[in-house]
Design a protein around this ligand. Sequence first.
Ligand SMILES: *Cc1c(COP(=O)(O)O)cnc(C)c1O
Length: 811
Amino acid sequence: MFKNKEEFKQAFLEKLHTLYGECLDEASDLDKYNALGSMIRDHIAKYWTQTNKQYRKKEVKQVYYFSMEFLLGRLLGANLINLSAKKMCEEALKELGIDLNLLENIEPDAGLGNGGLGRLAACFLDSLASLSLPGHGCGIRYKYGFFEQRIVDGYQVELPDNWLRDGNVWEIRKADNAVEVRFYGNVRVEEQDGRTVFIHENYEPIIAVPYDTPIIGYERNTVNTLRLWSAEPAIKDFDFSSFSRGDYVKAVEYRSAVESISQILYPDESHYKGRELRLKQQYFFVSAGLQCIVRRYKKYHGSLKCFHKKIAIHVNDTHPVLAIPELMRILIDEEGMGWDEAWDITVKTISYTNHTILTEALEKWPVDMFRNLLPRIYMIVHEINERFCRELWNKYPGDWDRIHKMAIIADGQVKMAHLAIVGSHSINGVSKIHTEILKNQEMKNFYEVYPHKFNNKTNGVTHRRWLLKANPALANLISETIGANWIKYPIDLISLEKYRNDTAFLDKLAQIKQRNKAQLAKYIKDKYNISVDLHSIFDVQVKRMHAYKRQLLNVLHIMDLYNRLRENPDLDIVPRTFIFGAKASPSYVQAKTTIKLINTLASMINNDKRIKDKIKVIFLENYRVTLAEMIFPAADLSEQISTAGKEASGTGNMKFMMNGAVTIGTMDGANIEICEVVGRDNIFIFGLTAEEVANYYHNGGYCSWDVYAKDSRVKTVVDQLVNGFFPVAGEEFRVLYDDLTHNNDPFFVLKDFASYADTQLEVDKTFRDKYKWQKMSLVNIAHSGKFSSDRTITEYATQIWNIKPEIITNP
Ligand SMILES: *Cc1c(COP(=O)(O)O)cnc(C)c1O
């Protein structure tokens, strides 16, 4: 980006001066960080313009990835890497006495997502730009990101994540591109020139203002756009007569009601308090995004008849599914198109990814709320439903039961997944098993009607952030060994396979792992004052806290191990450091209780001199992208232990694999495909299969009391939850005990316990054979190329979106 270090230093000092009127010794670290970010933005501006110019001139088809969440993490380091400017920047700053690392640590995470779904969207943006594909993100600019987690006395405490407090160098406010979004009011139907027209009146207008963030491709000129919308009051157009009478309070209330739309990211949980606000958020960004896309398209193409040939809209889960009726509204009400033509264009434009089969996560909105908030959109959804049910009636005459089950509106609710399936041309699951479950179980009825719409796109993660950036030592070793092509073509990592019996190479791998473990150990020592054994197995489970992910299974196994160690402190085990990281939804009692359980167990174990430091338990607070980047490279063992059939794909599993951790997991989600590529010898599989779990569900066959009664180890640890073993108020862990016993263990924790414990013994045994373990680690890295989001995005681009790479020329 700059020819040499001298030029870079010069530009940096000038930037500091123009921005802050400061010279170097006066500048704060924040100023230095902002100056650096601002320099990068200046540098890429011409590429950004060139990218948009070329997309427009060549009329290339573009995809817009609509998502309620983009879990970006930090951008400075990733941008420097993608611009191949990291090394130069590091050296130039060093000569000025500045540590780049320190500046990187100033940037707050852009934590605009809950977990996997939001991080997937961020990985996809990186891959789109790095593959020179014309694809952009569209979402909400939340003022507060996902909450910051503190652990106080073992409990999770949530603090607001005020990530914009010190500004955001990466975004540009585009006030000129603001659009109006309309809520409430009523629809007047009129005949005009023999046509029925729909007039939305008495609505409450809100202004949506976009903030654009550049998405820079790896060693490409491509700079795509992430457009995030912020809600502002529409002062001009709104009725302020009551305000002008001096009702200052009302005016302030109105402002804060409007701003609340882009105020907070909802934690994913089944019972939202402000449900209407969530629906408002969804329509807000979908309407703003679509209006803006349509406006630009019209400017260059006039009519919208061929919209779908140049524009693809992808909806990440059902949250942005209102894009379907909103596009219909624009085509019919604003463009005067007939229903059939509008419908044809809409279906051809929209595609949808399903992310979960957990029924509590399927979105439904009460009809009354929906109709009141979005009267015109409701009319359109109603009409879509009428036509769909008629179609079903023709196909299944008299089969009321089936039609009722499949309807978009039924039992006073609007079912967003049904709307998504009917109104899009592609529905994809996120791993092979997940897609099969969708087709054969959850959405069987829809698959029967639209078999051609269903397809699989196994998730992926960007190896540039999760390997190249997070684990520079490993990335360097790989490039020294097989060349650097893998950065653009991650499938090339497979060339590492031939070193599987090369002990010199395996030793180098082990050294890197050891150094990464030392780094994480230092973080743990500095932050929690706990020393961990660098030769212990770093056994890691980091992901959202949820019953189906079964952190509790991991905990019960640790309790059992602890019991055995207390009985026999000389028990022959490889020392282990059990590491957890997880946020729980603020209202999810079981999840929060599990966090307290982990922390309680941790302080008992870490302070118990009898067991001679053979095991330690660490709960890393505030799990997020930046922390994840430190954890994955240091992991030996990756815990992917969800109840089979429940984890749609998982992406954490892929990040671990890329960094040479070996998986212990169930045959669930993408674990199955990881197993497929590395082979059974290079992964530890245990537990029930999805089919077995499903059979139990259907036959009511599993009785957790039986396991409890028969397996004395299980009985002991389950009893310890409530019998005073833990130094907590008596009933603290009762909810967990009840779930496992009286509620018949809905996630098969006890059922899988023995198999899990046996497999952990196998892990222990294998780890003792140094080269065997390192070979497994190597095979995992070598086969991780398949799980790069470059592969995933190439499949979306060719099979769903029909978009092609557009090489951006030098501006
Ligand atoms: C990858 C990632 C996730 C998803 O992890 P899973 O194990 O797939 O659930 C969640 N949070 C963060 C911060 C991540 O980086």
